[in-house]
Ligand binder design. Structure first.
Ligand code: FUB
Ligand code: ZN
Length: 654
């Protein structure tokens, strides 16, 4: 690794997004999503699964008061992932064991909104929630409502499956965001107290545990950046370096006397030392959160070994386990990565959180080594799976993001129960919607990165930003016409590095530049208007023939946006459509693409002797994948059969 290449993102406080495409999402987050999600956390959405999140904090706060007053508090089991109202005492913790994190993600999203907006009502809601959370913290700094309410004696006894360190991670991410946007350090102090307890408990030569669900690593890195206290970065490094070493900590904590290798902890990425891993395995969200933390440690500690592991894993994901939509985690079993090239369209899991985590991992890799592919992947995840996960109403969400949906199959085939045909109002396990809210509301933080010599423009999102060497105003029509103008005002000479996306074969820039690692690098020494034009031609994308599901098929993309067909615009049985690669692709004003194609007649006789199958010419309507499922239940497919030529058994009619 070359530390001269390192860069840091521009802080959200220095970036104001004003973008033709993203404004609608940001307004929706501010005006609909955040109020809606607040109601969801308070169990106020009729017909939606209950969250219990806020009521758990209220119960934990009351336990804390009782403990302080010496009043005895009851004990309940802590042996489950989910605590159902029908099975548990109403005084005990309810919901999934990591329910606290939904409040933390909500605070994080609201804090990002507050960076650019004076909104007293929202600020008061956040402040009140912060007060409640802080009142639920034990005197020693511990803060996880499951254990506080149900059984303090079992704290940190099941790191593998319970989520105390995961809750700490999200608490800290929220606390840092809230502090940065409001200057209020109340939640930050709570996070620091919890972090101090964690460092005391899990420090060098102490308990050898590490998180069952990663994210604490990244949180500790954030605390290190904000406090400059090295103990946090050292603890993050310890968690990573311990992970997967023998004897397995998860064996020890469960008194599992290992006689064979039947339990291998791949699910938790703890089957082998993290720094030796070179394949993305196990639970996908856990995985990318770990890899993100590893990249952060690699950067701070300038650790080549850790960085090499990150590179190997990143390459494995991107070359063998990534859907064209930027989705990862192809199997519902364990919400996990599968084997190389196993990318089924209809069974895909592709959890929203996993794509968000992949984007976060990619951006950290870029900060170490500025090559364009990291933000190519970021963009692929953002414009497709991430945006698809929210309905146009801002009140409905996908957790799972398949590439092919047949409504009857989702209802009648248990293997596809996870594939929802409509976005849901909420989920019992609701990790994705608030994750989406915090990610999109902080999108400005991903647009630029800088070091002493260079400003990198990674995303072409309209924004105004201040950076060390000047200011920049980006006016973007990236997705509509491919034209972007950057008004650059230097306060001293610097290099401007513009990412040239891999999807773009032709582009023009009105200034001299040199291509370095996929970036067009310009020397800026006076006020300059840089005009870029990216050729947004519609492309047919083929998939490796090792992906069995996609033999003979193509997907359609324009720029970073992947398209899909819905039966509501076309016909039932989307598998009967064939795209003509040599035909026209007309892009409409509203963003749809009309493609030339053919449709096969449905043939109800199951088997027959080979005979000509009539094909009819047709127009195929394609819409951006990120907007599918907004018009009721319908078949959807990203890939279509590619028509190459008439085959022996086909005849053509008009
Ligand atoms: O375990 C916490 C979260 O719940 C995970 O990140 C998601 O995949 C869901 O299982
Ligand atoms: Zn999720």
């Amino acid at each position: 690794m070359n530390i001269n290449n390192f860069s840091n993102p521009l802080h959200l406080n220095n970036v104001k997004v004003n973008d033709n495409y993203f404004n609608k999402y940001l307004n929706l987050i501010k005006t609909v999503v955040i109020p809606y999600q607040y109601n969801a956390l308070n169990d106020l959405i009729p017909g939606a699964p209950k969250s219990y999140c806020i009521s758990n904090f209220i119960k934990a706060s009351s336990v804390c008061s009782s403990l302080k007053a010496g009043i005895p508090v009851p004990v309940f089991p802590v042996d489950k992932w989910e605590y159902k109202e029908t099975e548990c005492s109403s005084n005990s913790f309810l919901g999934w064991c990591f329910q606290d994190t939904d409040a933390y993600k909500w605070i994080e999203a609201a804090s990002y909104v507050l960076v650019n907006e004076k909104n007293d009502a929202l600020k008061k809601q956040v402040d009140d929630l912060v007060d409640l959370i802080c009142s639920a913290q034990l005197e020693n700094g511990y803060l996880d409502t499951l254990y506080i309410i149900n059984d303090r004696s079992k704290i940190f006894s099941n790191l593998k499956d319970r989520h105390e360190l995961y809750c700490f991670g999200h608490l800290t991410e929220a606390a840092v965001a809230y502090y940065n946007s409001t200057g209020n350090n109340k939640l930050l102090n709570a996070a620091i107290r919890f972090a101090d307890l964690i460092c005391d408990y899990f420090g060098d030569n102490k308990n050898q545990g590490y998180p069952g669900h990663e994210i604490a690593e990244s949180a500790l890195v954030k605390l290190y950046y904000i406090t400059k206290n090295e103990k946090y970065i050292n603890q993050a490094e310890l968690f990573i370096k311990r992970r997967g070493t023998k004897p397995y900590y998860f064996d020890i904590e469960r008194c599992y006397n290992r006689t064979d290798n039947s339990i291998d902890y791949e699910y938790n990425q703890a089957h082998m030392p993290a720094v030796k891993q070179n394949e993305a395995v196990g639970h996908a969200v856990r995985g990318v959160y770990l890899y993100r933390g590893m990249a952060e440690i690699a950067k701070v500690k300038k650790d080549d070994c850790v960085f090499n592991a990150c590179k190997n894993i990143w390459n494995n994901i991107v070359n063998k386990k990534l859907y064209i939509t930027g989705g990862i985690g192809s199997t519902a079993v364990g919400e996990a990565f599968s084997f190389d090239y196993d990318l089924p369209n209809d069974l895909a899991y592709c959890e929203t959180c996993a794509s968000i985590g992949l984007a976060m991992f990619s951006r950290r890799m870029f900060e170490i080594n500025p090559i364009s592919s990291y933000f190519d992947v970021f963009e692929q995840a953002l414009y497709n799976t991430v945006l698809a996960s929210m309905g146009s109403d801002g009140k409905s969400f996908f957790y799972v993001n398949p590439l092919e949906v047949l409504p009857v199959a989702s209802k009648k085939d248990e293997r596809k129960n996870h594939v929802k045909t409509r976005r849901q109002k909420w989920f019992g396990c609701a990790c994705c919607p608030p994750n989406l809210a915090r990610f999109l509301s902080s999108i400005g933080e991903y647009c630029f990165s800088e070091n002493s010599s260079t400003l990198f423009v990674n995303l072409y999102i309209g924004a105004n930003a201040q950076f060390t060497n000047g200011s920049i105003d980006v006016q973007s029509n990236y997705l509509s016409s491919g034209n972007v103008i950057l008004y650059v005002k230097p306060n001293k000479p610097f290099k401007l590095a513009l990412r040239i996306p891999a999807w773009c074969d032709n582009f023009t820039i009105n200034c001299n530049y040199e291509m370095i690692n996929g970036y067009a690098v310009l020397s800026i020494n006076k006020n300059t208007n840089v005009e870029i034009s990216f050729d947004l031609k519609v492309k047919l994308i083929r998939c490796s023939n090792l992906v069995r599901a996609n033999i003979g098929k193509v997907a359609v993309a324009r720029g970073p946006v992947v398209y899909c067909a819905e039966s509501i615009d076309n016909c039932e049985n989307l598998q009967l459509l064939k795209i003509n690669p040599n035909g026209d692709f007309v892009v409409n004003e509203n963003g749809t693409i009309i493609a030339d194609g053919f449709v096969e007649q449905p043939d109800e006789s199951l088997y027959d002797e080979y005979k000509p199958v009539p094909l009819k010419k047709c127009k195929i309507t394609l819409i951006p994948y990120n907007s599918w499922g907004n018009r009721g239940e319908t078949e959807m497919s990203v890939y279509s059969v590619s028509y190459t030529r008439l085959r022996a058994h086909e005849t053509l009619s008009d």
